[in-house]
Design a protein around this ligand. Structure first.
Ligand code: F3S
Length: 420
């Protein structure tokens, strides 16, 4: 392979150990598959192999084998969500054999020297904050749009196993969003309707299905009102319904200060409007049923950071939920919430802080009826719930989407009255 550096050639030849040889073999195949030019060094990595529900036994065996081979992360590497809360898994009724596998995965990843962030917002969970322009290899649909767009770091949506190979070698294929050209805008999206904070999930859901792999340039977002939390939800929703990994919002995101700059001075050939009709129809489509009783309410996909936990505490103070309700967060945010007293307020309302855990955790194994209904404030979760919460046990799951206020109201009433 003419493009390999001397060190990379040595890794491929096994001179730096079997784990690096296996990893380099995988990366060389990835270079071919992506038609990449070569490999490039990376500054950091984020691993999604952590999620036992989808890694299953095969993922676990690979992670443990790498530990046996003496592999270590060559660059700072954070860990994505777990499939369960490591401290409260029994309270959440996870089966023991599943929990044992998830604990083995924890031991293996931490044995590789990865940072135990256990979060899909690792940049706010004690993990790594990349810098503008830095080449990194990060997995997980909610992280890539954020670090590419808001920070201006460069990552493709790296898949499981490739992430491990990158962590161990400190390399990633040089293609896609690592390249200047591929980061330019391809489609203009004009938002012509007012958006509430919750509506960013709806906009992201619509955006993902529309743009597929094209980089959108978005106008019409009020700079003074939109929050980084709104954009986290928007990016995660768009990455779930499509392949959104980078967007430009001139004046808000990191890379392009004007629409012209976002398109690299090229002519705009595609332009689509997001107006009140698109907002209403998309929101309607995010519900598999329009109203009804709920069995589980989940808030915090992506994970709630400390400011979101404070906001949640303010909203639920003095209220009491009637159905099982989880607030997903990471350990760093939870510890701060405990110190600030807001964790107690949330728990007093009957909402359980579910730490390090993903919205796709195997709740279908946790004692819910064969046909159950989930209420969520996340576009990403609304999209995946009907398929992913039946993965390990056949059945049917309905989903209803609402903003945080609607979720709290529904959880306190035990049902969502709908809005149409
Ligand atoms: Fe995070 Fe899992 Fe949602 S990784 S974005 S909580 S689906």
């Amino acid at each position: 392979m003419a493009y390999l550096t001397k060190e990379e050639e040595e890794m491929l030849a096994g001179k730096h150990g079997e784990a690096k040889r296996l990893s380099m073999e995988l990366l060389v195949k990835a270079v071919d598959a992506y038609k990449a030019e070569r490999l490039i060094p990376i500054a950091s990595c984020h691993l999604v192999l952590s999620f036992q529900k989808t890694s299953m036994k095969a993922g676990l065996e690979i992670a443990e084998r790498f530990v046996e081979l003496g592999a270590k992360c060559a660059v700072p590497t954070s860990i994505d969500t777990s499939s369960m809360d490591f401290e409260r898994w029994e309270e959440f009724r996870f089966p023991k054999d599943f929990a044992e596998d998830q604990f083995r995965m924890k031991k293996a990843l931490e044995g590789l020297g990865a940072i135990p962030t256990w979060s899909c917002v690792p940049y706010q969970g004690g993990g790594i904050v990349p810098r503008f322009g830095e080449h990194i290899a990060w997995t997980e649909s909610s992280t890539a749009p954020y670090v590419n767009s808001l920070i201006g770091a460069r990552t493709n949506r790296v898949g499981a196993y490739e992430d491990l190979a990158s962590a161990v070698t400190g390399r990633t294929p040089y293609y896609g969003l690592q390249l200047d050209e591929e980061r330019l805008g391809k489609i203009l999206i004009e938002v012509t309707t007012d958006l509430t904070h919750g509506d960013y999930n709806v906009f992201g859901t619509w955006l993902g299905t529309l743009v597929e792999t094209k980089v959108p340039v978005i106008t019409g977002i009020p700079v003074e009102e939109v929050t980084s939390l709104d954009l986290r939800y928007m990016g995660a929703s768009g990455a779930a319904t499509g392949s959104l990994a980078l967007y430009h919002m001139p004046g808000i995101t990191a890379e392009a200060r004007t629409v012209e700059e976002a398109f690299g001075g090229r002519k705009i050939t595609e332009r689509v409007e997001f107006g009140p009709d698109e907002l209403r129809k998309t929101k309607e489509g995010m519900n598999s049923i329009p109203s009804g009783n709920i069995d589980l309410c989940v808030i915090g996909c992506p994970h709630l950071t400390i400011e979101a936990l404070v906001d949640l505490a303010n909203k639920v103070k003095g209220k009491k939920v009637k159905v099982e309700t989880y607030a997903l967060t990471n350990k760093v945010a939870k510890d701060m919430a405990i110190e600030m007293g807001v964790a107690q307020v949330i728990e007093d309302a009957g909402i359980k802080l579910n730490t390090g855990c993903c919205a796709w955790s195997p709740v279908e194994l946790c004692g819910f009826p064969e046909h159950f209904t989930v209420m969520t404030n996340s576009g990403k979760q609304a999209w995946y719930t009907p398929s992913l919460l039946t993965l390990l046990r056949p059945g049917k799951v309905d989903v209803m989407y609402g903003d945080v206020d609607e979720c709290i109201e529904a959880a306190c009433a035990g049902k969502f009255e709908g809005r149409y």
